[in-house]
Design a protein. Sequence first.
Length: 185
Amino acid sequence: MQATVRVLITTVHQNIRKLDADIHLDSKIVNEHWQAIRHSRWFEENCHNSTVKVLIRILRDMRQRYSGFQPLSTWLLDILAHFAVMNNPTRQALQINAAFRRALALMAAGLYLPGYAGTSVRGHNLSYEDQDLATATGQTLLRVLAQGGYKVILGLETCKGSKCQISCFIFKSFSILRVSFLCIN
C-alpha cells in the first residue's frame, strides 16, 4: 500500500504580492496553494454534516458525467452543496432528496451567472459560456428530475434511446444555448 503526501508551500495572503521571482516560487503557484489551504480549512469548519458530504459526492460525480458541469471547480460544488443543505429558514440540514433538488434548482436559476441576487457565490474564472452551459444543464436536469428521472440523472439507470442534444445560436450578439434531453423507454 502506498500513500501520497501533497505539500503546499505558501505564505500569508498579504505577502504574495511581495514575492521576488528570482528567490521565491512563482506567485501564481503560491496563490493557488493558499487558496487550496483556505478551501480545506473552510471545508473542515463547514462541511461536518453528513448530508453536505453526500451531496458533494453526488455533485462531483455529476460533474464527471455531464459536460455542462465540468468547468465547475470543487470549491464551487462544495459551496453549492453547503448552501443547498444548510441555508434555509430553520438552519437545520435538509434531507438529501430535498437538498439535491434544491442544488439543481439553484443552478437552474442561474446561481453562477453574473448579477444573480440570491447569494454571493460567483463563477470563479468561468467564462460566460461556461456559466451559461452550467445553468442550461441545471435546467435540463431539473426538468428530468421533475419527471421522476432521478435514477437517470444519478446514473443508476439508462434510458433506451436516450439523447442529449446541445445547440447554440446567436441572437443580437447573445449566444443562446438550448439543451434537450430525450429519454424513451
